[in-house]
Design a protein around this ligand. Structure first.
Ligand code: BGC
Ligand code: BGC
Length: 622
């Protein structure tokens, strides 16, 4: 061994660097590396900047530790897997050529598949996955997402969102699996899907990521209470006592840590008036000291800026409060020179002790070492074909099938409309969401807020219906048919597909929870003329009670993603309906907030509701 080392040093003329030796124990590598680092290099590790402001020179000059690919950020429109990997490798090469050669970690929001990448498989948003009640399925989605994220050269995703959305007026409700923390806890199975299964004898509650380049580091977010803000106002204040916080919003963090989650993101929101980004007691006192979380804590994007109101008015104070609260990596992501200057001066003036900086850097390096970035920093080109692969699309289609919740089936229960007959003379498909990939994917798809239209590769529900019916069935598509059109045609039945238009974050906050116009008139016109099933595409329960009586059947399809075929599979009885509401469906918005277990619970459809159907094949066999 010694001989080999001397020989290696002689050949390379290089010094033996303990931190570069994968045979050394983790703590020895971390300590060795930290002991070699300057303050500038340490602060660089704590700095995350956006891809679109990153240049090779900046990476080198500021020793940048991490890059954010934010919502809608991409190296080029319709970039291929190889273009993504070229981008990642270019950044990585620059980081590796720095004095100590510390690999950079690139992170992105792959929150329903690798949703920034064109042609990626887009899975149903979490609100739909909650309805599946199937944590093993969610784990498989995690594994597929990891592969597609790796197919774009990226080893880190800001998922899962483990918010417990207590009020659907919140614009991020679709990122939440359920109003019930037990369902959210169960769905933390996404984490072993993304990161890999913890090996036997691995230390308890310690970050874990399989280092074979097929897995990615995850991020439980947003710590804590993001889903509990007053009236569902995004980034606002969660007013609840410690027991409420601990029993509703905290439990899934314990599961996430037990499952080895690598990072935790802090919430923009406040708890009882105190900004989470400045909350020492919860970040350091509870998460790090009490729960013994050993990965790194990352801020949200410009999250420390928002410690002050208005944001960024006293950035030095923001940096001080955020770092002292226990944030390890700051998602700056634009004004990084100011961040670096402020943090440097705070340390030099002894306002922030060096021990706090070393704690942050230790955690960041720990994740980088565990992830295998030092051994395998570059993208694996053989993974390119994973992006949008047929296998992943089949998995997404299965998830769509299982996420659908059947809320009404027939005006009389003894005359169910579903499953629909494949053989009919002529049928109508209508609605703003029938033939629109962007609408069925929702927010965080290609663009930050998503987008209507043909934004990526997939099957619209209209296409899926056409693929599913008998070849002799004539399918007429009319987005918003008028009475005359409806009366002059003799339709056997109609499928109306309407819902919310894409949005994300605060842009999605809604006081009225209505669907997009002319959705309600499409429902009224069609359902008053033709036997109809209404399929609602939405990130949450929407106001529907006044229209329910007109419908013969109603399905909640949530935000299904690119695989619209899953909707047709179940409408037409190739599979049965099995999904159960993971949210309470209110009658009116003034009932809100209203969650399962509340006194005076009077929903239109209660939590857990969902009718079932028998697959047609099985009916035929009976
Ligand atoms: C969101 C986070 C996200 C981050 C990076 C923020 O606006 O709150 O959930 O991870 O942006 O895109
Ligand atoms: C970015 C998103 C980010 C949002 C809020 C947008 O400009 O693209 O990733 O979540 O800003 O900070």
């Amino acid at each position: 061994m010694v001989f080999f080392l001397l020989w290696a040093i002689a050949i390379q003329g290089a010094e033996y660097l303990k931190y570069k030796d994968p045979k050394q124990p983790l703590h020895a590598r971390i300590n060795d590396l930290i002991s070699r680092m300057t303050l500038e290099e340490k602060i660089g590790q704590m700095t995350q900047i956006e891809r679109n402001v990153t240049t090779p020179e900046i990476i080198k000059k500021y020793h940048i530790g991490s890059i954010l690919i934010g919502g809608g950020s991409e190296p080029a429109p319709h970039a291929s897997a190889d273009t993504w990997m070229d981008m990642a490798d270019e950044f990585q090469k620059e980081a590796l050529s720095d004095r100590l050669g510390i690999p950079i970690i690139i992170g992105t929001d792959a929150i329903h598949g690798q949703n920034n990448a064109f042609n990626a498989t887009i899975f149903p948003h979490n609100v739909g996955l909650g309805a599946t009640r199937d944590p093993q399925l969610v784990k498989k989605i995690g594994a597929a997402t990891a592969l597609e994220v790796r197919a774009t050269g990226i080893p880190y995703t800001f998922a899962p969102c483990i918010a417990v959305c207590r009020d659907p007026r919140w614009g991020r409700c679709f990122e939440s699996y359920s109003e019930d923390h037990k369902i959210v806890q169960a769905m933390t199975e996404l984490i072993p899907g993304l990161q890999g299964d913890i090996p036997a004898n691995y230390p308890m509650n310690f970050p874990y990521v399989n280092n074979e380049r097929i897995k990615v580091a995850g991020c439980a977010k947003h710590f804590v209470g993001d889903g509990g803000t007053i009236n569902g106002i995004d980034e606002y204040d969660t007013i609840v006592d410690w027991n409420g916080l601990k029993n509703i919003h905290m439990p899934a963090y314990l599961d996430s840590i037990r499952k080895g989650v690598a990072t935790v993101m802090v919430s923009y929101s406040s708890w009882n008036g105190k900004k989470m980004h400045a909350n020492y007691n919860l970040i350091t006192g509870y998460l790090k000291n009490k729960l013994k979380f050993k990965g790194f804590v990352i801020s949200d994007s410009e999250g420390i800026d928002r410690i002050t109101s208005p944001p960024h008015v006293n950035y030095t104070y923001s940096v001080q409060a955020g770092i002292q609260a226990g944030i390890d990596m700051v998602m700056v992501p634009y004004k990084f020179v100011e961040f670096i200057d402020d943090l440097t001066s705070l340390v030099k003036r002894n306002v922030i002790p060096m021990s706090r900086i070393d704690d942050a850097v230790e955690r960041i390096l720990r994740v980088k070492f565990i992830l295998g970035l030092f051994e395998n920093p570059m993208a694996d080109r053989t993974l390119a074909s994973q992006l949008g692969s047929q296998e992943h699309r089949e998995l997404a289609r299965e998830a769509v099938r299982k996420s659908l919740v059947l809320l009404k089936n027939g005006k009389n229960t003894d005359e169910p409309l579903l499953p629909l007959p494949k053989k009919a003379r002529k049928i109508l498909v209508a609605g703003s969401h029938a033939n629109d990939i962007g609408n069925q994917c929702g927010g965080w798809t290609i663009a930050w807020h998503g987008h209507s239209g043909n934004i990526t590769v997939g099957n619209t529900i209209l296409t899926a219906i056409k693929n599913t019916v008998d070849p002799g069935t004539e399918v007429i598509y009319n987005e918003n048919p008028d009475r005359e059109f409806l009366n002059s045609n003799d339709f056997s039945y109609a499928i109306v597909i309407v819902g919310e238009l894409p949005y994300s974050e605060y842009v999605g906050d809604s006081k009225d929870l209505t669907i997009a116009e002319p959705g309600y008139s499409t429902i009224t016109n069609v359902c008053e003329s033709v036997k109809c099933v209404v399929t609602i595409i939405s990130g949450r329960p929407v106001v529907i009670e006044p229209y329910l009586e007109k419908m013969d059947a109603m399905v909640a399809a949530w935000l299904p993603g690119t695989e619209g075929q899953g909707v047709a599979d179940v409408l037409y009885g190739n599979y049965g309906f099995t999904g159960k509401l993971a949210r309470t469906w209110m009658r009116t918005v003034d009932q809100l907030p209203m969650n399962v277990g509340d006194p005076h619970y009077d929903p239109l459809f209660p939590f857990g509701y969902g009718l079932t159907t028998t697959p047609t094949e099985l009916i035929a066999a009976q």
